[in-house]
Structure formats: C-alpha cells, structure tokens
Design a protein around this ligand. Structure first.
Ligand SMILES: [Zn+2]
Length: 152
C-alpha cells in the first residue's frame, strides 16, 4: 500500500519513504526540508501573529489600570479582561497587583476546626455507669460488701 501526502507549500504529492517510521511519517507535512523551511519563513514574513503570542505580551500599566477600573465599576473579571483585549484574567490580576493597583489576596485561611474535647474517663462507681447498672446499691456499700467477702 503506497501512502502519499500533499505538500502544503508547493502542492507536490510525495510518497512515504519505504524506510520511514510511522512516527516520522505521521509528523511529516512537507515534501522536502527545503519546503518546510520556505513555508516557515513565508509564515514569519506574513506577520500573521497568533493571538496566543499577542496575549502573552507583557501587560502594560495602562491595561492594568483599565482592568481595575472596570472591576471597581462592578464588571466581572472575565468581562473586564475581554474589554481590555486580553484573554487571561489571572494574568490581569497578577499584573494589577504588580503595578500596585490591587491588594494581593490574603492567603487562604484554613477553617479552624474545633478541637475534640478530651473525654475524661469516668471515675470508678460514677453514677453514669455504676448507678445505671445497680440503681438499688450505692458504690460505697458495694465496696464494703466486697471487702467483707474477702475477709471470709
Ligand atoms: Zn513541497
């Protein structure tokens, strides 16, 4: 089975070289290295900057100020970011903080968990235990009876 691709630069249809590994063939787009290089140069010269690169440019103080002003007007972070012409609200916040226009958020405070109260062991003969089991015999009498039993 012969596999072919069409070079996006020169339009030439080229065959998969017999020795080409799947990995290399799948990644290959151009008929020749010269075409790959020429296509790269043509793209760079076209000035077609990707939005990703544009959004990665440093955020100016002016942009940060407009962003903070929008937030102060009650505009949501995502909306304010878009209106300034940016894509990443997190970066806008960081820039605003860096430019001294916003207070950095306080570090998250962990919810104070109530410490479990130490449960003291019940004293021997406490009403909660002895009293519940032997309502007709108080602890002191029981102790005395046991002492007498030992005497025999
Ligand atoms: Zn080509």
């Amino acid at each position: 089975m012969s596999e072919t691709k069409t070079c996006p630069h020169c339009g030439k249809v080229f065959n998969r070289p017999a020795e080409s590994l799947d990995f290399n063939w799948n990644r290959r787009r151009f008929c020749a290295e010269a075409c790959a290089r020429a296509a790269l140069i043509a793209k760079a010269k076209s000035g077609n900057k990707t939005p990703y690169k544009a959004s990665n440019s440093p955020i100016t103080r002016d942009e940060a100020e407009r962003f903070v002003a929008l937030l102060n007007d009650g505009v949501g972070m995502t909306e304010a970011t878009m209106r300034v012409g940016r894509a990443n609200g997190g970066r806008m916040m960081l820039a605003a903080i860096k430019h001294g226009l916003m207070e950095p958020p306080p570090p998250p405070q962990p919810e104070p968990e109530p410490k479990p109260k130490r449960i003291e062991p019940l004293a021997a003969g406490a009403d909660e235990t002895w009293g519940a089991m032997m309502p007709d015999l108080n602890w002191a009498d029981a102790q005395r009876q046991i002492a007498n039993m030992r005497a025999y």
